[in-house]
Design a protein around this ligand. Structure first.
Ligand code: PEP
Length: 260
């Protein structure tokens, strides 16, 4: 199947406008723009506007880390998907940091997915279990609940634009070597694809791009990208280092070439 691998860098709450511009400059000097790959960065909200003028869209695309689900109104402090429509092509929705630190619940994630679709932004819906849920044997139930609520009311046409990222919360930003085994990632992603198949059929499920995320770096990216269910990676910390991120993109390109 001819799916482009998707490599997404989540810069989280790091880098000011100047630092972000410098990182984009360094990335663009080194990324040659492979047709078989999409390379996407998710910088802070503040930098999306200036970066949208700086980026070369053949090499990089922009992603919002979050946005509010209403299109406009008296929601002080918020930025809507409608406002981002001209700037970004993708948006992370339901990242575990949003769920954990900002109390984002299943219904809010569902509303944000619909707002993104309404405004022509491709949602990258992040789902995954916590360590406690995993230890309690609840992984499948958690994935099922997060997935089915997020996709509620999404039509069979709209589903074609959606990307799902499996990010086990216990494996995110761990600097102490607690990584998901590729077999864990494969098992969860296969389950997610089977759920999408139950809801939308085999063709849609096979065509959907599924990402893996959780402390992926240039040393282990190959072990995830080689999995049959993986169509890309969501990279946090390592995406702030241009050498690591470029090495990740180059390995993805190599793997894509080998797959053909
Ligand atoms: C993320 O932010 O989605 C992520 C996976 O972060 P990290 O790579 O740092 O674990």
């Amino acid at each position: 199947m001819d799916k482009k691998l998707l490599i997404v860098g989540n810069w989280k709450m790091h880098l000011n406008v100047h630092q972000s511009s410098l990182l984009v400059h360094r990335l663009q000097e080194r990324l040659s723009g492979h047709r078989s790959l999409e390379v996407v960065i998710a910088p802070s909200m503040l930098t999306l506007q200036p970066l949208s003028q700086q980026i070369d869209r053949r090499r990089l695309k922009l992603c919002a880390q979050d946005a509010y689900f209403k299109d406009d109104g008296p929601y002080t402090g918020e930025v809507s998907f409608a406002m981002l429509g001209d700037l970004v092509q993708y948006a992370l929705i339901g990242h575990s940091a949003r769920r954990l630190y900002f109390g984002e619940d299943l219904d809010t994630v569902r509303d944000k997915v619909q707002a993104a679709i309404r405004n022509n932004i491709t949602p990258i819906i992040c789902i995954g279990e916590t360590k406690q849920e995993r230890d309690a044997g609840e992984t499948k139930q958690v994935l099922h609940d997060q997935l089915t609520t997020a996709l509620m009311n999404i039509t069979s046409k709209e589903i074609e634009r959606i990307v799902i990222a499996y990010e086990p919360v216990w494996a995110i930003s761990t600097f102490d070597g607690i990584l998901a085994k590729p077999s864990d990632a494969q098992k969860a992603l296969r389950y997610i694809r089977s759920q999408v198949e139950d809801l939308y059929g085999k063709r849609v499920a096979e065509a959907m791009r599924l990402l893996y995320g959780g402390s992926v770096d240039n040393h282990d990216v190959r072990s995830y990208l080689e999995l049959p269910e993986v169509d890309g990676v969501l990279v946090g910390a390592a995406s702030l280092n241009y050498q690591k991120f470029v090495a990740i993109v180059n390995q993805a390109h190599q793997i894509q070439t080998e797959r053909k």
